[in-house]
Each structure stands twice: as C-alpha cells, then as structure tokens.
Write a protein that binds this ligand. Structure first.
Ligand code: 5GP
Length: 189
C-alpha cells in the first residue's frame, strides 16, 4: 500500500534493527485519513471472505480495525489487556508476550460477543513474532469460531510471525512488509 509505505518513510523512526516507531500516525497520534484508506484496503482484500466479526487487541489495533469494520459492516471486538469490573462472566483469554514491553500479559474477550458461527478477521497494527496474533487466534478458537484471515498494518517480515502463521495455513494480508530496519533505514519487500 503506497500511501502507507510513504508515511512510514516520512514519519517512521527506526529505534533499532528490530523496532519501528510510528507514534506520529498509528501508535499515539492517529491519522484518520490514513486509517480510512487502511480500512478500505482490508475491506477490499477480505470482501469475499464472509467476515462476520473483527477481533483486534487494545489499543493500537482499534483504529484500523474500526475503519475496516465500518467498511465491511461488521462489529469490532478488542481484546482487553486489563481486567475490568464490568467484565464479570467467564472470559475467553490467552497469554501474550509483549514484543515492545517484554512482559507477559493476559488478554481477554467476553464470550457474549463471539460464537461458533462467526467468521473472524484478526486485525493488528504490527506483526513481529506473532504472539499477539496467536493469542487472538486462541481466543477465537475457544469460542468455536473460524479465523477467516489476518490483516496486519505493518509486518516486519524478518521476524518469525509471518512464517509461523503461513505454516499454520492462515491467510495473512499485510499492507506494508518491512524487509529490514538495518542501518536505521526502512526497506520494504
Ligand atoms: P508480535 O506479537 O507479533 O511479536 O508483536 C506484535 C505486537 O507488538 C503488536 O501488537 C505491536 O503492538 C507490538 N510491536 C511489535 N513490533 C513493533 C514495532 O516494531 N513497533 C511498534 N510500535 N510496535 C511493535
């Protein structure tokens, strides 16, 4: 996706060979026009996939997921990282090791919002080692629902997440595929 690649080139900051900071348009300040384009793109890619729900993870997945849900006309569920007093029922949950925070967290979704007839599109901001995606897949499977595809805004293809999801047979669509961050330079596939 050309506009996204350009935005990454213009406003992304390479923090190390492993980490790209995109606080200017995705992870802190959000560019709504770009999010709309991202939603349009995911909606087009998965238009024929029979999606009934989108599942993402708070907080940075929410903006692209909502724009996609708007386009596809389906609800968006975000897995919560913090237990809420209002989430009282038996939760669907999975443990996820955070790439950026380097801590293990539990993420949870209420079973009221997912059921076995759902075909779910997973959306996330980044794909690195795939831990966040795998946690969401686990939650979707616990509900007996089907993972119909995975939409990633920025994939770091040099890390292992993509290969693992491919090997598990999932359809993964990434709008920007970063081949390398070496030398402080973003190179795309
Ligand atoms: P994974 O679970 O695939 O290892 O990592 C994906 C999650 O970690 C995403 O939800 C994202 O929040 C975070 N993440 C991974 N790599 C990066 C990165 O290079 N930059 C930023 N800003 N977040 C990242």
């Amino acid at each position: 996706m050309q506009a996204l690649q350009q935005k990454i080139r213009d406003e992304g900051i390479v923090l190390s060979d492993q980490v790209l900071k995109v606080d200017a348009f995705l992870n802190h300040q959000i560019d709504p026009a770009l999010m709309q384009l991202i939603g349009d793109e995911f909606a087009q890619l998965f238009a024929e996939a029979g999606i009934t729900k989108i599942v993402t993870i708070e907080a940075s997945g929410i903006a692209p997921a909502v724009m996609t849900g708007l386009r596809l006309g389906v609800p968006v569920i975000f897995a919560r990282k913090h237990q809420s007093l209002t989430l009282t029922e038996n939760l669907l949950s999975a443990s996820v090791y955070s790439f950026t925070k380097q801590t293990e967290n539990t993420v949870a979704v209420s079973p009221r919002h997912l059921n076995s007839s759902d075909r779910v599109l997973v959306i996330d901001d980044f794909l690195a080692n795939g831990k966040a995606s795998q946690a969401l897949i686990s939650i979707i499977k616990q509900a007996g629902a089907t993972v119909a595809g995975i939409g990633i805004v920025i994939e770091k293809s040099f890390q292992g997440g993509r290969a693992e999801l491919d090997s598990q047979g999932y359809r993964v669509e990434s709008l920007a595929r970063v081949k390398s961050l070496e030398g402080g330079v973003v190179t795309f596939l």
